[in-house]
Design a protein around this ligand. Structure first.
Ligand code: WQD
Length: 338
């Protein structure tokens, strides 16, 4: 079962799961995704996964999903709102959606005795890290945004459950910055409305859907004043989820609750991303420097040793590939719409 499986990371993970022989059931409320993704997944894999459209904040409906689908072996939980800046404006919407959905899923898993759980977490749980690169041992601080805090609180809830229920095993995957798209150009990031994240905003500006990109501040303590992030290809991320769920199904986990950073270990500034994008697509991007965005931290990038050691996983795809696949997807999608 993949909650939020029609979303950006969810859909790429569903493709990887199908390609690795899994049968996938998607639960999604389509609040930030579209069921046309199912046809895209079928185009790529030959299999159209089943979708149950449901708001997981509704405990009765959530229970029904599990009650009428008895052969679930594991749950990968993506379903959550995920925009840092939006969460600063609407904290209660984020706590309500992200934590109610999580708790309803966990309650149903306990009731129906499903004991393998993969949680979609985020590097934002580290707040503004004192130590870089960030390892899983870095203290998780008070995240800078309600979005990040929903992920931190979620991990604490999961830890308490794995402490009390010895049969329940979980892995939390802390993503850095997922970008890029499937090589086929058939699947990619498709946020509803104005993109909150950098890469979709850049590709929509390059394709002419957006007038100009706002660079949120260039007065940070970094080489060019713009914030640094660890951008990771969404396919590398998807492959890590397959490895993680296989780890639990084969009982290879070393503790009942494991946490892994999913990053590349490389940090790029916003201006470096823009410059690399211009070079890769050989086209200028209109951008202006504006005020800082609330909730942003100056620098986040990952130490990749733990996932490499325990999962045998490292990100394989470089920044140019992340950008070229994101651009190919944007162009294909716009051509389809015309
Ligand atoms: C990246 C950088 C912005 C947009 C969040 C979540 C993380 C993950 C990815 C889910 C920042 C700058 C952005 C724009 C800009 N979420 N930027 N102009 O905030 O690092 O991470 O999204 O998977 O968990 O925390 O990602 O892409 O929004 O921003 O200058 O129009 O780009 O200030 O420095 P972020 P982002």
């Amino acid at each position: 079962m993949v909650t939020g499986g029609c979303g950006y990371i969810g859909s790429h993970t569903v493709v990887a799961l199908i390609e690795n022989g899994f049968e996938v059931l998607i639960l999604d409320d389509l609040s930030n995704s579209n069921k046309e993704v199912l046809d895209r997944i079928k185009t790529i894999t030959g299999t159209r996964p089943k979708l149950l459209e449901v708001d997981l904040k509704n405990s009765f409906l959530c229970d029904n999903m599990f009650c009428y689908n008895k052969n679930i072996e594991a749950v990968i939980h993506f379903a959550a709102h995920k925009a840092v800046s939006e969460s600063v404006e609407k904290p209660l919407m984020y706590y309500h959606n992200n934590l109610y959905a999580l708790i309803n899923v966990l309650v149903a898993m306990e009731k129906y005795n499903i004991n393998n759980f993969i949680f979609s977490s985020s590097a934002t749980v580290y707040g503004n890290p004192e130590i870089l690169p960030i390892t899983e041992q870095n203290k998780t601080q008070r995240p800078f945004s309600p979005y990040g805090n929903t992920k931190k609180v979620a991990e604490e809830i999961i830890a308490d459950i794995t402490n009390s229920n010895k049969d329940f095993t979980a892995i939390s995957l802390r993503y850095f910055n997922p970008i890029g798209a499937h090589d086929s150009g058939q699947l990619g990031e498709l946020p509803n409305g104005i993109p909150n994240n950098l890469m979709p905003y850049i590709t929509q500006t390059a394709v002419g859907v957006r007038e100009t990109l706002s660079v949120f501040g260039n007065d940070y303590p970094t080489k060019d004043g713009t914030p640094i992030r660890d951008y990771i290809h969404v396919i590398d991320l998807a492959e890590a989820h397959v490895i993680a769920v296989q780890r639990l199904l084969e009982n290879k986990q070393e503790t009942s609750f494991e946490t892994f950073n999913l990053g590349t270990g490389n940090g790029y500034s916003v201006l470096e991303i823009i410059n690399t994008f211009q070079k890769v697509i050989n086209q200028k991007i209109n951008y202006t420097i504006t005020e800082r965005r609330p909730g942003d931290v100056p620098i986040l990038y990952s130490d990749i040793a733990f996932a490499k050691e325990k999962l045998g996983w490292v990100a394989k795809r470089n920044l140019e590939n992340m950008i070229s696949t994101a651009w190919k997807w944007e162009q294909n999608y716009r051509q389809e719409q015309n």
